[in-house]
Design a binder for this molecule. Structure first.
Ligand code: MTE
Length: 302
């Protein structure tokens, strides 16, 4: 990889990365081509690079996963998610918007320009990684559906197909996997739809063909393999709230000052490191996102 360091992305650094500007190239990508080649344009200077996080090796990021539809141990998703059929793929858009409908993946992604964003991912369980995602701002997608003023939240749903997802036959979790964001969080420039990582297609275990990435929130908000996007008036009840609302709040902003009911969130273990490091407020993205929560008690809205 050309980039060795993680960046702290600022709004003005959200530069369109011209990897796949031509639609034809993009369609090639959908057809199975590898994204980055050694002839890719240099990425130097596109992002601020003021922190020293090392990028997590691809082999770790693609083999140590949470994707409970395929099992509850970290190695299960890589092993069992290969049965996921990602072609054809469609996403149903409904609720408070003018352009509701069922869209096939190519139509959804075709107009988007893919950028690279290097983000920290902090799991609520206390581990973290640094991942170079390939994707585009969720806002660019949502705007196309012309949400109305009634759209206060966005609800996301993962595919739930017991024929492809072995754990759906068990009652491990109240399927389908559902997550949600407030509209302003969804439209924030840091909020990404990822279609790839490390310059490759998104591995199935990481949520192919499209997943959410919200870097200032605990990883469970970053819902995988999305099949439905709904514009709603009320905060959707998420899968983890159904499991334990007192442990997994709707906001789930990374916050070392608010412990999980059963463990502290002050520290985290970066994959591959021995010593724990301090967890940062909003996972280090406070400068960009803290204003979204002005006046809110983050102990109550955890
Ligand atoms: N999305 C679905 N559909 N199912 C899941 O089990 N796990 C979440 C999130 N998205 C999950 C999901 C959790 S708990 C985390 S930490 C991240 O995915 C992990 O993403 P990764 O496996 O790509 O690192």
């Amino acid at each position: 990889m050309l980039i060795k360091r993680a960046n702290d992305l600022r709004d003005h650094d959200v530069t369109d990365y011209a990897l796949y500007q031509k639609r034809r190239e993009f369609l090639k990508l959908l057809g199975g081509a590898t994204l980055l080649s050694t002839s890719s344009p240099s990425r130097a200077g596109l992002f601020s690079n003021d922190n020293n996080d090392e990028i997590t090796p691809f082999s770790d990021a693609s083999s140590y996963n949470n994707f409970y539809e395929f099992g509850s141990s970290k190695s299960d998703p890589k092993r069992f998610a290969q049965s996921l059929k990602i072609k054809p793929w469609s996403v149903t858009v409904d609720g408070a918007c003018a352009k509701a409908g069922t869209y096939n993946l190519e139509d959804l992604l075709g107009p988007q320009t893919i950028e690279e964003r290097i983000y920290r991912l902090r799991c609520v369980e206390g581990w973290s990684m640094v991942i170079p995602w390939n994707g585009f701002p969720l806002a660019n997608l949502l705007k196309r559906f012309e949400p109305s003023s009634k759209a206060k939240f966005v609800r996301f749903e993962t595919l739930s197909d017991p024929a492809q997802m072995p754990q759906l036959k068990d009652e491990l979790l109240p399927w389908p996997y559902v997550e949600g964001l407030r509209m302003d969080e969804a439209m924030h420039p840091l909020t990404l739809i990822a279609t790839g990582m490390y310059g490759k297609h998104l591995p199935k275990q990481n949520g192919a063909p499209l997943r959410l990435v919200v870097p200032w929130k605990y990883g469970f908000k970053s819902i995988k393999s999305i099949v439905r996007i709904s514009f709603v008036e009320q905060a959707p009840r998420t899968i983890w709230q159904k499991v334990a609302a007192d442990e997994y709040g709707f906001y789930a902003n990374v916050n070392p000052a608010v412990s999980h009911k059963r463990w502290s969130q002050k520290k985290e273990r970066r994959l591959g490191e021995f010593f724990k490091r301090d967890t940062q407020a909003f996972n280090g993205y406070a400068e960009q996102v803290a204003s979204l929560y002005k006046g809110m008690d983050l102990r109550v809205n955890f």
